[in-house]
Design a protein around this ligand. Structure first.
Ligand code: ADP
Ligand code: LRH
Length: 466
């Protein structure tokens, strides 16, 4: 048996989970949870990275005896270090508009050939270009988990799954795309040596020499490890939290014109897999809506939304206006008006509009993934906080027309724990064995499609008026 701590930093909350793993045992329990989110300070939206580090260290202390610790977090964001290893400025939130208008002089087709990444305005590539003069003073760029690992151990490196989200990583060669970096004006010296998930980063001096282990440090990579897919099934997954990452696991990147046109990403997974997926705007729109209304009664609103009329109004939830923080109900109303639909009036109808629109986006995305890769999808796994949203799971089954298997909620922490346990010697030779353990030990709920709802007609309503 191994006992490890998974530090899982999501965009809305961070948690330190204690996990035990044995030949037929897998259990995680929450040690510490803390709020996370953007902090608007003057003109910039920041992360509180020092607060996250303090909470991480406190949580690890509170976890008691451990054999190891691993950190995963949201992707793309980073800290810049100078020659001495000091932080050059506070890390900026990917929802900050500093990358607006930043472009690179490389054709999309070429950029995609090298990196396989979907175009998102906040990819690390664009954020680094927005740094301006600060890049000249920088010696190293460290993504958030690598930064915390550095503070814990003094070791500098870049874990591969998260590196793959930067748009500066060569998805086929599995190296940094140094020529591309140099060509766009990002000094290749900034890019630290790559490390694989499952390797030991170092030992944490302030934590009695506790081994720090590289996991799938991109939270979505860790979450996909813990998707409880049965062997031989044609499964899709939706890692549903602040974002919804919807797609397929592939053995190799899919870089076709169709994949590029549909803006699918090829992010690196644990054990050399590819996460072929698209970012769907996710439960962020719902949490911002609750913030706008100054309420935290999510259960009450979800119950009311379940009773509201189905597909009364739908929006393209991936439209860029839903990315920045702000008044989501007003933006939803404007999107409905722009497509000739009556905006939702009651709160229940607004929440229903968000969830119907999310399910519609899941359907669109998974259909595109299947058609681009020539695969079929027989079951959709929903993991992450969204697996607790029964209405969303039900709507997803209806929209996609296949069963939904919901859970585990803490998939990222479980994937983190499993990769650490293997690194420490547990017999988990491959993803299939890890997933078998998740299936045997974690709660999963099944939702059958009900046949309710004309989803094709709903999709057609998204076309905007000229
Ligand atoms: P992240 O890792 O991005 O911070 P999570 O995976 O923790 O996100 O998911 C957070 C989301 O899960 C919340 O925004 C909320 O919509 C949903 N959620 C959490 N608890 C519940 C619940 N009890 N019922 C329904 N949805 C929930
Ligand atoms: C989800 C996530 C996602 C990224 C986004 C920035 O937490 O890591 O995979 O695209 O955050």
């Amino acid at each position: 048996m191994k006992r490890v701590a998974a530090v899982d930093l999501g965009a809305s909350s961070g948690r330190v989970m204690a996990g035990t793993v044995g030949s037929s045992a897998l259990e995680v329990s929450e040690v510490r949870r803390f709020a996370n989110g953007g902090i608007q300070a003057g003109p910039v939206l920041y992360w509180d990275v020092l607060g996250l580090y303090r909470e991480t260290v406190t949580g690890i202390h509170e976890a008691g005896h451990l054999d190891g610790v691993g950190i995963d977090s949201w992707a793309v964001d980073y800290g810049l270090l100078d020659e001495r290893g000091a932080l050059l400025g506070n890390p900026v939130h990917y929802r900050d508009p500093r990358t607006d208008g930043i472009t690179v002089p490389v054709p999309d087709r070429e950029l995609y050939d090298v990196t396989g990444l979907q175009q998102l305005p906040f990819n690390t590539l664009y954020q680094l270009l927005a740094e301006g003069d600060r890049l000249a003073a920088a010696r190293t760029v460290l993504l958030i988990p690598d930064l915390l690992n550095y503070w814990l151990t003094g070791e500098i490196g870049a874990e591969r799954t998260n590196a793959s989200t930067t748009q500066l990583y060569d998805v086929r060669a599995r190296t940094w795309a140094t020529s591309l970096a140099a060509r766009v004006g990002i000094p290749p010296r900034l890019l630290p040596p790559l490390r694989d998930p499952g390797t030991v980063v170092g030992t944490a001096r302030a934590l009695s020499g506790l081994p720090v282990i590289a996991v799938g440090s991109h939270d979505t990579a860790s979450a996909v490890v813990a998707v409880p897919a049965s062997p031989g099934t044609n499964f899709a997954y939706i890692s549903s939290g602040t974002w919804s990452l919807a797609g397929l696991e592939l053995p190799a990147p899919e870089l076709s014109d169709a994949a590029l046109a549909a803006n699918f990403t090829n992010e690196g997974g644990v054990d050399g897999t590819i996460r072929f997926l698209r970012n769907v705007m996710g439960l962020w729109v719902l949490s911002e809506t609750l913030r706008t209304w100054s309420t935290s009664d999510l259960p009450g609103l979800l119950a009311a939304a379940a009773a509201a009329p189905a597909l009364a109004a739908v929006v393209d939830i991936d439209a860029p206006e839903f990315l920045p923080p702000g008044d989501m109900p007003a933006r939803l109303a404007a999107a409905c008006e722009a497509t000739g639909q009556q905006p939702p009036a009651e709160r229940a109808a607004v929440v229903r509009c968000i969830l119907d629109s999310l399910a519609l986006a899941y359907r669109r995305t998974l259909r595109a993934a299947a058609s681009i890769t020539g695969r079929t999808i027989d079951v959709v796994h929903i993991v992450g906080g969204g697996a607790r949203n029964e209405l969303l799971c039900r709507l997803t089954a209806d929209a996609c027309g296949v069963p939904v298997l919901a859970g585990p909620v803490e998939a990222a922490a479980l994937g983190n724990v499993l990769v650490q346990a293997r690194a420490l010697g547990e017999d988990l030779p491959d993803l299939a064995s890890m997933r078998a353990l998740v299936r045997e030990t974690q709660e999963v709920r099944r939702y059958e499609p009900s046949g309710v709802g004309d989803w094709d007609a709903a999709e057609a309503r998204l076309t905007r008026n000229a």
